[in-house]
Design a protein around this ligand. Structure first.
Ligand code: DP6
Length: 360
């Protein structure tokens, strides 16, 4: 599909008013998206697990604007409180999608949003937040326009979410997502994410992700700035090719369920992401001493117990601890007796692989 295929060109009844509500999950990348070109096109493909418990719940109310104008009219509330500081990000999102959804200029919106995970926990809420909003907008499109297939609905929702925040496109549907054109998967696309194009081994469908909250502070370098530093990165070319190779390798692992290979590849990807940050110009470090202590403890525990528990990281200091369901009792005991002590207020989030967004 081309991006032009997502432009809404139909006549529509703009007098319709109403409200839609979607709940959308966060996701954790196994092979990372790090580096992008114009229009949120990723420099390499990425694969993620969709989470089940880290969710954003968004209600979008829309009424016809009193006066026609080319300016957006919206208010955004978080946990019931008006959040002026959230407006610029939403504004950028609406600006980016208006070519594809011209009807959004007809309405005044009230956005009410809440997260199931603690605010400022250091967990990125952009993936769940942006995808929930994109899905609400697609519900409007579905109600005012000609009938669209379920497949198109989710493809366009993912397409719109990508324009808001790249990783958000992996949050609309499915348990394991692939985003970014890859030669081995002909349905893969840079424009939107797809549900895994291969049968994922059952062991991963019940995989756990315990999110250890090492640092709840605001990141010193945003993801957007980090992506930009990949443009002239010393290792950029090599990284983008390596990521494509890692996608190939991970797809085999996700099919055959080889957990030793999974551990090796996922940890290598996480450390490569931070290695890229450390070798950017200017260089920066988002890992904290406690992140490294947790990583060492996980590796030691794995060596002693032979349990295939591993870690991954996103662009921050928090650690995602990944493990199969059959080892969950031992791993949660280990987290409670030892890893938890490295977390701010001893807090962590128990999550696992989920199924994608849900309309409420
Ligand atoms: C390290 O999706 O937050 O989490 O497109 O600029 O909004 P923008 O970036 P974002 O980047 C996420 C980067 C990552 C890796 C990943 O999720 O694949």
């Amino acid at each position: 599909m081309k991006k032009e295929d997502f432009i809404f060109t139909h006549n529509y009844d703009s007098s319709l008013e109403g409200c839609y509500r979607w709940e959308s999950p966060s996701n954790i990348a196994l092979v990372k998206y790090w580096g992008k070109s114009e229009d949120q096109i990723p420099k390499n493909s990425s694969i993620s697990f969709t989470l089940k418990n880290c969710l954003t719940n968004t209600k979008l109310e829309f009424v016809k604007k009193k006066l026609k104008s080319q300016l957006f009219d919206f208010d955004i509330f978080f946990d019931g409180k008006l959040k002026l500081e959230f407006k610029p990000k939403v504004h950028v999102f609406l600006e980016r999608i208006k070519k594809y959804c011209p009807y959004i200029l007809e309405y005044k919106f009230t956005i009410n949003t809440t997260n199931t995970f603690p605010h400022s926990s250091g967990i990125a809420s952009s993936a769940s937040g942006v995808s929930a909003l994109a899905l609400c907008i697609m519900s409007i499109e579905k109600s005012i326009g000609p009938s669209i297939s379920e497949e198109f609905f989710y493809k366009k929702a993912s397409f719109l979410a990508r324009l808001g925040s790249g990783s958000a496109c992996r949050s609309v549907k499915g348990s394991v997502n692939l985003w970014g054109a890859h030669k081995s998967f002909k349905t893969s696309s840079d424009l939107f994410s797809i549900d895994s194009p291969f049968k994922v081994n059952d062991v991963f469908m019940s995989y756990h992700d315990a999110v250890l909250l090492v640092d709840k502070g605001v990141k010193t370098v945003s993801s957007t700035a980090g992506h930009e530093l990949m443009n002239d990165h010393l290792f950029g070319k090599k990284r983008f090719q390596t990521a494509q190779d890692n996608i190939e390798e991970l797809s085999i692992i996700l099919k055959n369920g080889n957990l030793d290979d999974f551990v090796r590849l996922v940890e290598k990807e996480a450390l490569m992401l931070h290695g890229l940050m450390m070798t950017s110009d200017p260089s920066y470090i988002l890992l904290k001493p406690k992140t490294l202590q947790i990583i060492e403890a996980i590796r030691e525990f794995r060596l002693i117990t032979k349990i295939p528990v591993c870690f991954t990281l996103d662009a921050g200091a928090n650690v995602h601890v990944l493990f199969p369901d059959k080892n969950s009792v031992e791993v949660y005991n280990f987290i409670d007796s030892s890893l938890k002590l490295y977390c701010e207020n001893n807090s962590y989030i128990k999550d696992c692989v989920g199924y994608g967004a849900k309309q409420l």
